[in-house]
Structures are given as structure tokens and as C-alpha cells.
Design a binder for this molecule. Structure first.
Ligand code: GLY
Ligand code: MN
Ligand code: MN
Length: 435
């Protein structure tokens, strides 16, 4: 049995009970998506569902009753014939024995059981609008309870997003979660180091992607945390580049944004390096500017500081640097005020990181950016991207794209970079590329 999930359920029950005298949560498993014809996409459990249950099978629903503090799981029943094809299922008995459900039913009983499970609760925590097919099933259950009112059954009066509780819980990592994320970071470090040492001009971007995926898998990562970006030359300027099919040329910068998922936790790392290890003057200038911005922002990460402040530090360094390099002109405050830098730095500096790469958790509280707290985890990832066809800058600057990204844990006194040690200074990068 998983050890974290019972503690999480207890905390979830406490928070639900504190916000409503009679709450129940309904959390469906991730749907199965058809890829084409009769082939399905690889299945990955919904993060909220896994966080609370540790159960990774599709076609399941968790119902958490905060009054009785009971977990009910509805799951696929054992089926000898299907299990020959798809592998073993926990089944109804396994849901109780191995996953700590107080009660379990076959998922085929959902329409009958769900009204019973939610009745006499005034509030249902359920994420409306996320899975429209399941919305219908939940609303049908609510309606069935309403039809029973003359027998004394109380129908739920509120449907509330469980994210208001669960996503706040997920935002602050437990020591065990931090350990898992350290493992993800370690595997991702190996992958980036291997790519730096093995990439040669003449290889295709997909060959580098294959090295990354091979490293992830060899170390027990289930899958990448997101589609790996391997962008050489001008492709480094495409923020969500995914084709990874260009032939890498000598002297190109190669931007790799790749991180593994391990035990359902993400890592998210970007490194940019010159193939062959030698930066041109312009590429080095842009690289050092992004690095300065990143170090400045990481240095500010500590309790009480906001992501907005961290972003503004990167913006300041980048705007001043671009001005110094002659790629922007005018007054730096004016450039910042009018978003003049956004042509080159068009994304934010940070996002939460956890089970989802762009993790859950509110970014604002009371309409204002929220202050960081210990055990939150964020990325710090400034970048500069000069479009290949940007005729406002001299030709030698065009097509340069650099991003540097690390995973940062907020601690009591400051922060800790979980992905530290992946070559980052110009000298470290040169050495890692074999020079
Ligand atoms: N790899 C996605 C991101 O950096 O946000
Ligand atoms: Mn990334
Ligand atoms: Mn990121």
C-alpha cells in the first residue's frame, strides 16, 4: 500500500470538513484517449486522482466522504479474458486490500452507487467542466437524489472545485515528494550531460531526443514530463518546438528543454549549448545575459517573495543587457513599462512544478501575486529569442535563441536548486561539450 496517500486523504478530509459541515468529493480517473482507430494513447492517471489514491488504472472513480472519512473506489472488476490482453487489474477486492478503499464497487455500478454516495451531503467537491462526459454522470446523480427528496434524502446544493483544497495541498511539497523530485532531477541531469557530451554537427535533433528518452527510461522514469524540445539553430526560437527533425549544423546553438517524470513527479530543465563547444561572440553575449538574469532571479527566491518579483528581476537584467548590446534602444524604464523587451523575452520566468509540469496551485491571492512559502517548487527560466527574420537587428544576431531553466525548491531561509550541477556557466558548458 502507498504510504503518502492515507496521510493526504486525512488532510483532505480535514480541510473539506472545515469548509462545509457535510462534504463529499468525487474525483474521476483520467479518461482514456483514442490515438487512432483502435489504438489508445499511453495512459497516465489524473494527478489529483493519483495524489489521493495511488491507483493508476483507468475507468475508476474515487468518492471521499468527509463526514464518515471513507474512501469508496469504483474500479474495473477482475476479468480473466481482458487481463490476458491488458495485464492484471486490482479489481474490487484489490482496491480495498492494496489501495486502502473502505468500500469498492465495479465501475459498471456507478449510475446506481453515485446517488447513494452523494446524498445527504450539502456540498460536492467536483471539478465541473474538466471532463464533460463525466459532468453528465455527476449531474444525473444529483438529479436522481433530488427525485428522492420526498423520502427525506437531501440533494447537494453546491458543487465546488476540489482544487481550492487539493491544489493548495499539492503546491506545498512533503519531504517525500521533494525526495522523488530530487530523483527526477538527478535523472534529468544525466540526460542533459549526455546530450552535451555526445551531440555532434551532422546529427539530427531526434537523435539527441532519443538519447534523452533513453536516459530517462534506463533510470526508471516512466515517461518524459512533457514533450522534449530539441531545437537547433533557428529552431531554438520556437518556444514549443516539437518536430525535432532538423540536421544540426556546426556552430549551432542547441536548446534542449527536457525533463523526466519519475514516480508521477516532473522535472523541467532547459540548457542551451553551442554544438562543438565554441560560442560565437554574439551567442556568448546572449547566453551570458540569460544566465545573469537566471542567477539573479534564483538568488531572489525565498519565502515572502512573489513570482512577479522574480520575473521582474529577469526582465530588468535582460532589458538592460539588450540595451547595452544595442539590440534595443531608448530608456530602460520606458522599455520595461511599454513591454519593449517582449519581442525577445515573451514568456514568464516561472511556473509551479510538481506532479504536473505546469503544476496546480493559485498564482494570485486576493488579486495579488502570492508570496512564496517553504516547500513550494518553481522553475526559473528566462530566455532571449531573436527571430531569424528580425531585420531590426544586425544579421549576426538573428536566429539566436537561449533559455536556461532550473527547478527551485523554496526553503525556510532561501532556496535550493534541485537541478544544480547541470553544466551552466560558459566554462562548464564548454567542458561538458568536450572542449
Ligand atoms: N517545458 C515547459 C516549460 O518550460 O514550461
Ligand atoms: Mn521547460
Ligand atoms: Mn518550465
Amino acid at each position: 500500500m502507498r504510504t503518502d496517500q492515507p496521510k493526504r486523504r486525512a488532510a483532505f478530509f480535514d480541510a473539506m470538513a472545515a469548509s462545509s459541515p457535510s462534504a463529499v468529493a468525487v474525483i474521476p480517473a483520467a479518461p482514456v484517449f483514442v490515438r487512432n482507430n483502435d489504438v489508445e494513447h499511453e495512459y497516465r492517471q489524473d494527478s489529483d486522482f493519483f495524489y489521493l489514491t495511488g491507483f493508476d488504472e483507468p475507468h475508476s472513480v474515487a468518492v471521499l466522504d468527509a463526514v464518515q472519512r471513507r474512501l469508496t473506489l469504483l474500479v474495473r472488476p477482475r476479468d480473466r479474458e481482458r487481463e490476458v490482453w491488458d495485464g492484471p487489474r486490482a479489481g474490487v477486492d484489490g482496491a480495498k486490500a492494496a489501495f486502502g478503499a473502505d468500500e469498492a464497487f465495479a465501475i459498471s455500478e456507478l449510475a446506481d452507487k453515485l446517488p447513494d454516495l452523494i446524498q445527504n451531503h450539502s456540498r460536492v467537491y467536483y471539478r465541473l467542466g474538466h471532463d464533460r462526459a463525466f459532468d453528465d454522470r455527476l449531474l444525473a446523480a444529483v438529479d436522481r437524489v433530488r427525485a428522492r427528496r420526498r423520502t427525506g434524502a437531501v440533494a447537494p446544493a453546491e458543487i465546488v472545485d476540489p482544487g481550492v483544497i487539493l491544489h493548495e495541498m499539492r503546491l506545498r511539497k512533503s519531504p517525500d515528494e521533494v525526495e522523488t523530485m530530487r530523483t527526477a532531477a538527478r535523472i534529468t541531469r544525466e540526460a542533459h550531460e549526455l546530450a552535451m557530451s555526445r551531440t555532434r554537427a551532422g546529427m539530427h535533433e531526434y537523435e539527441v531526443e532519443a538519447m534523452l528518452l533513453d536516459t530517462f527510461r534506463r533510470h526508471g522514469s516512466e515517461r518524459p514530463a512533457y514533450g522534449s524540445i530539441v531545437g537547433s539553430g533557428p529552431n531554438a526560437c520556437v518556444l514549443h518546438y516539437r518536430k525535432n527533425d532538423r540536421r544540426i549544423e556546426a556552430g549551432d546553438l542547441l536548446l534542449i528543454d527536457a525533463g523526466c517524470e519519475y514516480g508521477y513527479y516532473a522535472s523541467d530543465v532547459t540548457r542551451t549549448f553551442p554544438v562543438g563547444g565554441v560560442f560565437s561572440r554574439e551567442k556568448q553575449a546572449i547566453y551570458e545575459l540569460v544566465l545573469e538574469a537566471q542567477l539573479e532571479s534564483i538568488g531572489a527566491a525565498r519565502p515572502g517573495v512573489t513570482l512577479d518579483e522574480i520575473h521582474k528581476l529577469s526582465v530588468g537584467v535582460i532589458a538592460r543587457g539588450l540595451l547595452r548590446l544595442g539590440l534595443l534602444s531608448g530608456d530602460v524604464d520606458k522599455i520595461i513599462e511599454t513591454d519593449g523587451y517582449k519581442r525577445f523575452f515573451m514568456h514568464r520566468t516561472s511556473h509551479w512544478l510538481g506532479m504536473d509540469v505546469h503544476d496546480v496551485g493559485a498564482y494570485f491571492a486576493g488579486g495579488k501575486p502570492r508570496p512564496l512559502e517553504p516547500f513550494m517548487l518553481l522553475t526559473v527560466e528566462p530566455g532571449i529569442y531573436i527571430a531569424p527574420d528580425d531585420e531590426t537587428v544586425p544579421a549576426e544576431w538573428r536566429g539566436i535563441g537561449v533559455r536556461i531553466e532550473d527547478d527551485v525548491l523554496v526553503t525556510e531561509s532561501g532556496s535550493e536548486v534541485l537541478t544544480a550541477g547541470i553544466p551552466k556557466t560558459v566554462e562548464e558548458v564548454r567542458r561538458a561539450c568536450g572542449l
